[in-house]
Design a protein. Structure first.
Length: 109
């Protein structure tokens, strides 16, 4: 796992997903209530991008079928999703947003 700079904090909009790709990993980064979260971008139920989903506090709703995921853990909270998505640690250093991503997609949680 490596810490990767993914954005400038000023470029993240509250409640709006930001898709990032690094080393074959694709994640969705969210700023909500002043906190930054990162989860795998692909819904575990269907091939939809969670970065395009609607955010409600610390949850994101899949834009395709409405499954809801917890941004803090990646847990699937509602059907039709039954499996979690990866959840990645984040930190803010000054104005830089960093996400700890696997070194290769095969190492994803």
């Amino acid at each position: 796992m490596s810490w990767v700079e993914v954005a400038n904090l000023a470029n993240l909009q509250e409640g709006v997903g930001h898709k990032i790709c690094h080393g074959g990993n694709v994640a969705a980064v969210f700023l909500t209530d002043g906190e930054v979260y990162a989860v795998g971008d692909r819904c575990s139920h269907a091939e939809a991008s969670l970065s395009e989903g609607e955010v409600f506090e610390t949850e994101v709703e899949c834009p395709r079928h409405g499954a809801v995921f917890d941004l803090t853990t990646g847990e699937a909270l509602t059907f039709p999703a039954t499996r979690p998505v990866p959840s990645y640690p984040t930190r803010v250093a000054g104005d830089r947003v960093l996400v700890e991503l696997p070194d290769s997609p095969a190492e994803a949680p």
